[in-house]
Design a protein around this ligand. Structure first.
Ligand SMILES: Cc1cc2nc3c(=O)[nH]c(=O)nc-3n(C[C@H](O)[C@H](O)[C@H](O)COP(=O)(O)OP(=O)(O)OC[C@H]3O[C@@H](n4cnc5c(N)ncnc54)[C@H](O)[C@@H]3O)c2cc1C
Length: 454
């Protein structure tokens, strides 16, 4: 294999291209937009004159393949890590959840017991549920929703509203009542309970688009002749042959399709789509929206780097590093917000901020900018796992190789899932096992492994 065409310059396409060039494959990456990063990127906002992210993206320490990608692309120093989570209730009372001195899976026990937002009974219920989830077999949870599972675990409604809902909605971008219990359990097992540092939150300290600034040079250096063509939309993908929308044809030994799931069907050569069993189930995917709201206040409003707003529709606030007057608010699973105007959105988000940060009430807002991502992530509904395709079809590496956060990585729609899919696609292209390219999951603590097996 000496040449490859990768269609799509999101994290999946970048990851696949990078790993292939590292093995000497000459890669041409075609991206329809004028920039890299796909859904995890930034735009130049005409109104404010700032480079804004389409939405704040965060990563957890358990995302070992995305971390590997950041290292390989020489930008890992741009991620700031936080081990403390701040939860703010209406009125401003703050609970801090952070790993204490106990080993995982008990590392949060102290801060949960001390958290004023939960009663003692709720904290004990939460602990019991966490141990049950740690022991759960995710495959057996795939066909039920997490809300029903929490009911079976006898979780009080107030605890669901105050704790489970913000955690799961932010991580899975679906409500507790609609998300698959397997996807939610994955977040709890790997993201919270596996090790003391698994839940550390990494926040990019630069606009997302800057995380890709070295990629063109690294591809060229690793395999001379490799290139990225931006603004090059693709109209048809066939084995060994990709046709751009402007008619230009690209041929290669390997073709990797790394576009979002909803774009795949319209691009694949119809004769291939009809015979390859991976394509028909893609019609089962639906999407869930996310709303990002950039707010510029007259003066700094939040000393802490980020905060979960307890029982508010606005789930997270992030203080932007370059300007402490700038807050980025995130509303996940934002279906109800999609019909609202920007003024209505900003007013609602400000209502939540004023409720939880009372000092902000008198602070003038200089600018408000909302970004709606209607198809932010594919929806991890019960039963969807069986529709997720692998990288290879019946024609093997010579056919069309799939990459993207929707492929069968076992992860929800995340940057980690996208990086994993790209690495797995590169391995498949070279007829190597995925394990040769994938980073293993972070090691669970001994006690977590024992508790899970118990
Ligand atoms: C608002 C929002 C917030 C999110 N927050 C987080 C978060 O905090 N943490 C996290 O881990 N994940 C988060 N995600 C999810 C994460 O962004 C995605 O899972 C990940 O970026 C998907 O990468 P991908 O490469 O699979 O797909 P994409 O990023 O969609 O990349 C696909 C690329 O293909 C290109 N393309 C499409 N059609 C064509 C064509 N015909 N020809 C050429 N190119 C084409 C697209 O332009 C795009 O660049 C968030 C997503 C959104 C939208």
């Amino acid at each position: 294999m000496t040449s490859a065409v990768v269609v799509g310059g999101g994290i999946a396409g970048i990851s696949a291209a990078l790993r292939l060039t590292e093995r000497g494959v000459r890669v041409t990456l075609l991206e329809t937009r004028k920039k890299l990063g796909g859904r995890a990127t930034s735009f130049d906002d005409q109104r404010t004159g700032l480079t804004l992210d389409n939405c704040q993206h965060v990563v957890l320490r358990c995302c070992t393949n995305y971390a590997d990608l950041l290292r390989r692309t020489q930008v890992d120093q741009h991620i700031t890590w936080h081990s403390r989570q701040y939860w703010i209730e209406a009125g401003g009372r703050t609970s801090i959840l952070a790993p204490g001195s106990l080993p995982a899976p008990f590392h949060f026990a102290g801060s949960i017991l001390r958290a004023p937002m939960l009663s003692l009974g709720e904290s004990l219920s939460l602990g019991r549920a966490c141990l049950a989830i740690l022991r759960a077999d995710r495959a057996r949870l795939e066909h039920q929703n997490f809300g029903a599972y929490l009911e079976r675990l006898k979780q009080p409604h107030r605890l669901i509203d105050r704790f489970w809902s913000p955690v799961i909605v932010s991580a899975c971008n679906m409500s507790v009542g609609t998300v698959s219990a397997a996807a939610a359990a994955h977040v709890v097992q790997d993201g919270f309970l596996s090790s003391r540092r698994a839940s550390d939150i990494g926040v990019p300290a630069v606009p997302l688009v800057r995380l890709y600034e070295h990629v063109p040079r690294l591809l060229e250096q690793a395999s001379p002749g490799s290139r990225i063509l931006l603004g090059k939309g693709v109209g048809r993908i066939a084995p060994g042959r990709v046709t751009a929308s402007d008619g230009e044809v690209f041929t290669a030994d390997i073709v990797i399709c790394a576009v979002p799931v909803e774009r795949v069907a319209s691009l694949i050569e119809p004769s291939v789509a009809a015979t390859d069993p991976r394509f028909a189930p893609l019609a089962n995917f639906t999407h869930s929206p996310i709303l990002g709201v950039h707010l510029l206040f007259e003066r700094p409003i939040m000393e802490i780097p980020h905060a979960v707003l307890v029982e508010r529709p606005t789930q997270w606030l992030f203080r932007k590093h370059d300007d402490p007057r700038t807050i980025h608010a995130v509303v996940s699973a934002a279906d109800e917000w999609m019909p609202l105007t920007e003024d209505e959105i900003v007013a609602r988000v400000l209502g939540d901020i004023h409720a939880c940060l009372p000092a902000s009430r008198d602070l003038p807002v200089l600018a408000g900018r909302s970004v709606k991502e209607k198809r932010a992530t594919w929806a991890p509904r019960p039963g969807i796992e069986s529709s997720r395709p692998g990288p290879l079809g019946p024609d093997g590496p010579r056919g069309i190789i799939l990459a993207g956060d929707y492929t069968d990585t076992g992860w929800p729609a995340t940057m980690e899932g996208a990086a994993r899919s790209g690495y797995a696609a590169a391995a498949a292209a070279l007829s190597e096992p995925a394990s040769a390219f994938l980073n293993p999951a972070g090691r669970s603590s001994r006690l977590s492994r024992l508790a899970a097996a118990w």
